[in-house]
Design a protein around this ligand. Sequence first.
Ligand code: ADP
Length: 622
Amino acid sequence: MQCLSPSVPPALAVKPHLLRQLLLTLLGIALVLGCGYAGYRLSEAIGIRELAAGGERQLELNARAVESEIGKYTYLPSLLELESGVSRLLLTPGSYRRQRLNDHLEGLNQRAGSLAVYVLDLDGRVVATSNWNQPSSFLGEDLSFRDYYKQAVRGEPGRFYGVGSTTGEPGYYLAHGLRANGRVIGVAVVKVRLDALEKRWADARVEAYVSDENGIIILSSDPARRLKAVRPLDDADRERLARSLQYHWATLQELQPLASRELGAGLQEVRLDGPAGQPLDYLQQTRALNDTAWHLTLLTPLAEQRRTAASHGLLAGVVCALLIFGGLALNQRRKVIATRLAAREALQRANGELERKIAERTLDLSASNLLLQAEVRERQQTEANLRQAQDGLVQAGKLAVIGQMSTSIAHELNQPLAALRTLSANAARFLERGALDTAGSNLQAIGELVDRMGRITGSLRAFARRGGDHGQASLEQAVEAALFLLHSRVEQERPTLHREFAEARLAIDQTRLEQILVNLLSNALDALREQPRRELWLSGAQYGASYRLEVRDSGAGIPPDVRVHLFEPFFTTKPGEKGLGLGLTLSASLAAAAGGSLVVRHPEEGGSAFILDLPLQEPRDD
Ligand code: ADP
């Protein structure tokens, strides 16, 4: 039964297992997301470390390349010190000498592959230059404002990146103070182009830039980043740089990352505008270049690594989800197995219980079987005893009937005997007289009387004989025999006899059938005595495999208190020696022994009717 708190309406109540499932689902989702995120972060960290390691190597290589590109020309201005034409021109200028030096410088510039080679006097004016014959020639130009000039005049190596004030062409300036007799007499300058590096980066798809001592990008694989400041410039800086014309008239903008994250020394994650203008994340690695105050910065795009990290994150999420599903499946399987085991155990228990009950029941049954067998044996014994008693009773009944009939038989026999005595005495007298005819007719009458007496005694003998349960009997013969036995009583009562039956062959011993009929007819005759209307019906008909004979009389009927005792042995309502109370009992038992029955009916019109059912004899094949 669900127990709800009274404040929660039933419709809003969440079943605990549903809540648990919801929480578990949310937990699962959180776990999958967490795994995905952790996978992503881990992959990203590893990827960045690998990228940083690769970038470090790349940075080193590119830094070397930049350094060698710059270093390649360092010796060139100092070489001019060895040129006698240079010192001569500086000490004693002259147009011829200038021209010769111009030619020499032009040749030198061509061979070295530099942008320009030129010589300045102590005032910073160009006295000879490789581009003497070009419109953009520096010849005569005052470059004393250039830092490289100032450095070289001081005897220091002049290094400078700038945009040419005449040509507007960016380049790297290397300057050397030319000495004669221990003092500086002029300055030799070589302007080289470094854009080959940019081309190389572009070819190798490397994103990099070089920023100078002012933090201005002087070389960049992406032209858009060129001449931008990598660190914030204040107004004073801007003023100073504008005045130096180092970057010609370029407006110096700042290259400010849209976002940045410090990952380590010289290692940053930054978001910059990419080559196509869209913001891109980069791993930024910076290294100072040797012999200069410049820095090389390498930008490694993180997009690819991010994609890899995302796919790793996705993979981790999927693996986590699979593990969770696997775990759930295993758990489910464990539950199913546990349920099956429990069910099997329950089944085994039930089986055991059933077997135990069956064993108990079998034991009970065999005990009751033994009891039943004992009872059957007892019943069989009782039946045998009863049968024996019944046989005895039948015999006793016969004797009783014989006893009853002996009077009428004696009467039957006395009559012919008296007649015989008279007839034989008369016959003797007629013989003496010679009246042979009369004597003959007397003798014939004597013979007839003897036959009749023989029939009487014969039927008595047959009645007393024991018969078997089964046999065959003719209904007509049996009726005839019974009526014959009861002849004197029939004569006495003189009932109207209705014979309403046809001959039938019945499966019962002939004598037994006669015995039954004698009993029934004798009772009927008794009932008819002293009745004004005396009628006796013998009606029969076939019912399936048996034959039904009804013996009905128009007697006074049987009173209700007598009816219940009719078939009890020795029950009689007849006075003195007249009744033994065995007739109906014997008749019923004889009928039953032959597979039939004897019952009583009490007709509404009065009298009594006894119905005898007996099996018909099966017709023989022959
Ligand atoms: P018994 O004839 O020796 O008395 P029975 O067993 O033949 O013994 O009959 C038992 C009793 O049943 C009789 O005493 C009589 O009261 C009654 N009975 C039998 N047949 C008839 C009948 N047809 N009409 C009236 N009563 C009968």
